[in-house]
Design a protein around this ligand. Sequence first.
Ligand SMILES: [Zn+2]
Ligand SMILES: [Zn+2]
Length: 151
Amino acid sequence: MMKASPSVLAEHLDNNIEKLRHLGVRITNQRRAILKYIIETKTHPTVEQIYQKLKPRFDELSLATVYNTINLLVKNGMIQELVYHDGAKHYDYLLENHYHLICEECGQIKDVFYPRLTEVEEVAKKQTGYQVYGHRLELYGLCPECQKKHQ
Ligand SMILES: [Zn+2]
Ligand SMILES: [Zn+2]
């Protein structure tokens, strides 16, 4: 998800396509469209939602193709897999560091832009001697729509 300009998004798409080529991945129009969509969307879609979105543009697109492409992108660290509230797997491209705010009632996920909390990783490293690769932080609350339902 993003606050970025179209040219920045295009650059991210090109860079990732280039990386995939280096990894020996064949870049089809469908794969390119899936990657482009996940870079541009703000919605943290599921595989099914990506499929529904792109199906009108590609008659021959299958759910399996979306599934395989998404798995490929996760495996290569290009997108993040999130499992939330509804039990479904959602996908997100981390264009800019952000944390997730989840509505505990409807499961809607919002991006909260905040600098990466590197300090906690440093402290963890010092305390334990581990090599620390990263962390996850999730915020929980009630979205404005659900707040209205309670009023
Ligand atoms: Zn809600
Ligand atoms: Zn996100």
